[in-house]
Design a protein around this ligand. Structure first.
Ligand code: HEC
Length: 437
């Protein structure tokens, strides 16, 4: 997270542009073919560059104004190299002038955005060591201990995506813009929402744009929605869904980056932004396990985007998806923590904490299973004692089903005898009684 000390964009602009000019002169000379009259080059014009960026780059680069390229401090030579794939050289120089004119002080370009503790931890055990001081789930942990852990203040052995990676798809930048059919469907809902956000980039307008993008890309009744699910959970077009959700995530990401590198789930648009990150992971997951036509690095994308969506809002989303991705990645301790930390964070009255208990029963490493289950049980009991158990017949039914699943899993993993006292505590939970109102 190093900040370039060269904060004055004008100085930076001059310093980096000058070495490029002779090359451009040469270029112009060759192209003219009139053997030698080198006209003085027209000076790069940031205003022209801004228009050109919107036209030729803004489709993929959701920042619309090039903020992302300035924020991650891509060298002028890199911008030139990438730009000439889309525009002529003199327009590329205009774009460089515009980006340098934005006055953004850059961060490291390989920054893993929002990565807790700055760098990924090296393995599963590192999380345990950070949480408990050793590789064991503590016997006496309860609700307060879980809630005390801030998920962004512990090391994750999950590498969050960088903004741009030319070698792989483990980055925020989508390979293509959202297709016109998506922008135009439903009377141009997305186009309108994006125009509104561009005109006034407020949290509320971001929220509207994210909502519009999610609606049109996931709408089950729409023939053009790439993330529409079939009944078996497969996606209409998993590759396109991955790109559209990444574009949506990058729109949310660049908004948050403009406001500084912290991420407060309370800001308007905050939850929707976290959902947008999560959706990328879900696109990667469904394409892999449901469609069986995975995008590249499907498992890494699944885990990193879901964890990214989760760390800021552990009360949201089904922990089972995140935890199964973590388990596949060889991180069962991370999976256990996600399940139980979610359990403690859930809103009163919902059934999800019971599913979280089942997730922990499935994912906890053998040596952690019993103490982790007791932590979960104590937390559920505390919730019920406060009257926060499932508050409708449907939710009680869901809770009971999840607890049945936990029981079956524990009996399979620990044996009937070994699981007996845990199982009887589970049967005592209010949520276990699916009786109607
Ligand atoms: C068709 C989509 C698309 C368009 C249009 C586009 N880009 Fe990009 N750009 C990308 C993607 C995708 C990346 C991420 C790296 C990758 O996957 O190659 C990227 C990355 C970059 C980078 C960082 C490269 C690095 O070293 O990591 C720069 C600089 C850049 N683009 C500049 C531009 C400029 C300037 C324009 C307009 C003249 C533009 N791009 C138009 C898709 C696009």
């Amino acid at each position: 997270m190093t900040v370039d000390p060269v904060a004055d964009p004008r100085r930076r602009s001059t310093r980096l542009l000058v070495p490029l000019l002779p090359a451009v002169l040469l270029f112009a000379g060759c192209g003219d073919g009139d053997g030698g009259t080198l006209l003085p080059p027209e000076l790069p014009d940031p205003a022209r560059g801004e228009v050109a960026f919107i036209q030729s780059c803004g489709g993929c680069h959701s920042s619309h104004d090039g903020f992302d390229l300035a924020h991650f401090g891509f060298a002028d030579s890199t911008v030139l190299r990438r730009a000439v794939a889309h525009v002529d050289t003199s327009t590329a120089l205009d774009i460089i002038a515009h980006i340098n004119d934005l006055g953004v002080s850059p961060v490291a370009r390989d920054l893993r955005i929002f990565q807790p503790m700055g760098d990924p931890a090296s393995g599963d055990v590192d999380l345990a060591t950070a949480l408990f001081g050793r590789d064991a789930w503590p016997d006496d942990w309860g609700e307060a201990d879980l809630l005390e852990v801030d998920p962004v203040a512990v090391p994750w052995a999950v590498a969050f995506p960088v903004w741009s990676d030319e070698e792989s798809n483990l980055d925020w930048m989508p390979d293509r813009p959202p297709p016109d059919v998506l922008l135009d469907t439903r009377g141009g809902l997305v186009r309108g929402a994006l125009a509104g956000y561009t005109a006034a980039p407020t949290d509320d307008n971001l929220d509207r744009a994210l909502l519009a993008l999610r609606l049109v890309s996931h709408d089950r009744t729409s023939p053009v929605a790439p993330c529409a699910q079939t009944d078996d959970g497969a996606l209409a077009d998993p590759a396109e869904c991955f790109e559209v959700t990444r574009w949506t995530a990058s729109l949310a990401g660049q908004h948050v980056l403009r406001e500084g590198l912290s991420f407060d789930g309370e800001v308007a648009g905050g939850t929707r932004a976290q959902d947008a990150f999560w959706d990328v992971g879900q696109a990667a997951r469904r394409g892999l396990v449901k469609n069986r036509t995975p995008v590249d690095h499907a498992e890494d994308n699944w885990v990193s985007w879901m964890v990214l969506g989760w760390v800021f809002a552990p009360e949201n989303h089904a922990s089972g998806y995140t935890a199964s991705g973590l388990a596949r990645a060889g991180l069962p301790r991370h999976a256990t923590f996600v399940a139980l930390r979610s359990l403690a964070a859930r809103r009163p009255g919902v059934h999800q904490p019971y599913s979280d208990l089942r997730t922990a029963a499935v994912r906890a490493p053998m040596g952690w299973l019993e103490p982790a289950m007791y932590t979960g049980l104590r937390t559920l009991e505390a919730r019920e004692a406060r009257g926060e158990g499932p508050n409708s017949a449907l939710r009680r039914e869901e809770a009971a089903e999840a607890l049945e699943g936990a029981i079956v899993t524990l009996q399979r993993r620990m044996g009937l005898l070994g699981s007996a006292s845990l199982v009887s505590r589970i049967r005592d939970l209010e949520g276990f009684d699916a009786g109607g109102e």
